[in-house]
Write a protein that binds this ligand. Structure first.
Ligand code: GLU
Length: 494
């Protein structure tokens, strides 16, 4: 395979949503392809008709589009090796199954479900490995022919040779040996004429000239069957790379019960695709140093399969939140503005007329304080509407007996000036504090409470500036009316 253009594929079975583990598989294939100037192929493995779900493929394609993992060949984009839906390739699988039958490497089997059940139970009773007993191989050719002609339902099974060892040479796990005595005579073609995953997967990987099979560790135990198939067909095997399992923080296999597993859920919760990609990239891989923040370009540049580790990768939601905040902060404000507009449309402020300039000021002020775009709204509602309530704890702590009087003075100073800039608010506060010979805190805390209802937020001068002169005055007036609780008992700390 020297000098061959790498060709890798993501081969999901549409289940209705893209699992976070599926995203990791897709991403590693994508990164590998982009890093090696190879091709990234999307193939839809939809041969399990029982699991067919309306809209599942569409959903999958949309999710891949959202995260931005574009593929070179596959549904919608086409390519030289299509169709890229397995359900449209049934004749191909049939032909290859027949080839195996001719070679004696696969066979027709006509067993009834009852017989198989009985066999299974007997084997269990005798503490034997449960697998097909090759009974169909004892049927004379005439009988087989006649059964097929008479329309009796059948399956095609892989003829696994006994007492052999199959080596799976895995790029991540090394050489893994399997004893063929524990490998079942896998059904290759089901009685409905559809292939099973194993046959379709191997045939397609071969026909689509896949050079590297990069997939989750849960497929490792199927790989000896695939290796046998490659050998039976006389085909060159791809390089296998099985990615480590994804684990819950308690080290059990990542499951729905312990959190979201669908990529869509993360999207709906407001995670940025950049953060999700970055996070998922680190589930099984690192760059060999301490770096944790990566853009997609950096990942493409740095990714190698050699740096994928064997040990299960623990899913740590806190890290995802942290990465979300980091990616959010690294975005240009203009982009955040668009995203904030989208969030506003979904919020109770959908009808509020608010200028881009003001939103940009909010973004700038809140950027260090938010982890999600929607927090540009939820963490600072006071930029969108006057507070109707005032934080009780802050009132207790910050609203002193002299606060109303001081706020009146401050309000009047603000009222005297026009076209106030951020610095003007700073000057007004500084000068007033100096004039009255008081600590600035005696003004800052009550005015923050008055205009925002809260005790925390962006810098006070910025806060006042963004809220604007008239609105500041209104809000101070309103607070003076509404906040009655004073705490003369409290020791003056400012
Ligand atoms: N269709 C399989 C899945 O759903 C593909 C496994 C593989 O990549 O071989 O994950």
């Amino acid at each position: 395979m020297i000098n061959e253009t790498p060709r890798v594929r993501f081969a999901p079975s549409p289940t209705g949503y893209l699992h976070i583990g599926g995203l990791r598989t897709a991403l590693y294939n994508y990164l590998f392809a982009r890093n090696t100037n190879g091709k990234f192929i999307l193939r839809i493995e939809d041969t399990d008709r029982k699991r067919y779900i309306e809209g599942a493929v569409e959903n999958l394609l949309n999710t891949l589009k959202w995260v931005g993992l574009d593929y070179d060949e596959g549904p919608e984009v086409g390519g030289d090796y299509g169709p890229y839906y397995q359900s449209k390739r049934l004749d191909i699988y049939k032909k290859y199954a027949e080839e195996l039958i001719e070679k004696g490497k696969a066979y027709y089997a006509f067993d009834t479900p009852e017989r198989l059940k009985q066999l299974h139970e007997e084997q269990l009773k005798k503490n034997e490995q449960t697998k097909y007993d090759k009974f169909a191989l004892t049927l004379p050719e005439e009988v087989i022919k006649q059964k097929i002609e008479s329309g009796e339902p059948y399956v095609v099974r892989l003829n696994v040779p006994p007492d052999k060892s199959v080596i799976v040479d895995d790029l991540i796990r090394g050489k893994v040996e399997f004893d063929t005595n524990i490998v079942d005579d896998q059904i290759l073609i089901k009685s409905d004429g559809f292939p099973t995953y194993h046959l379709a997967n191997v045939v397609d990987d071969h026909l689509m000239k896949i050079t590297h099979v990069i997939r989750g560790e849960e497929w490792l135990s199927s790989t000896p069957k695939h290796v046998l198939l490659y050998d039976f067909f006389g085909w060159e095997k791809p390089i296998f790379a099985h990615l480590p399992l994804l684990l819950n923080p308690d080290k059990t296999k990542l499951s729905k019960r312990q959190g979201d597993v669908a990529v869509e859920d993360y999207k709906d919760k407001g995670y940025l695709k950049e953060a999700l990609i970055n996070f998922v990239a680190l589930l099984g891989w690192n760059a060999g140093d301490e770096q944790e923040f990566f853009t997609l370009d950096e990942l493409i540049h740095k990714f190698t399969l050699e740096r994928v580790h064997k040990a299960g990768a623990v899913f740590n939601l806190e890290k995802l939140v942290w990465l979300n905040a980091e990616h959010l902060r690294s975005k240009p404000n203009a982009e955040l503005l668009q995203m904030l507009r989208e969030e506003l449309k979904k919020s109770k402020y959908a009808d509020l007329k608010i200028e881009d300039n003001k939103l940009l000021l909010i973004i700038e002020a809140m950027k260090p304080r938010v982890e999600f775009v929607k927090e540009f709204i939820t963490k600072c509602p006071y930029f969108y509407e006057a507070p109707t309530e005032y934080d009780e704890k802050v009132i207790k702590k910050r609203w002193k007996e002299d606060s109303p009087g001081l706020l009146l003075k401050l309000r009047d100073k603000i009222a005297q000036l026009d076209d106030l800039k951020k610095e003007d608010y700073e000057n007004i506060l500084n000068n007033l504090a100096e004039e009255l010979n008081i600590g600035k805190g005696k003004l800052i805390h009550p005015v923050r409470l008055a205009v925002s209802g809260s005790g925390t937020g962006p810098g006070i001068y910025n806060l006042l500036y963004i809220i604007g002169k008239d609105e500041c005055i209104n809000r101070i007036n309103r607070a003076l009316e509404k906040i009655k609780t004073t705490n003369p008992d409290l020791t003056e700390e400012n």
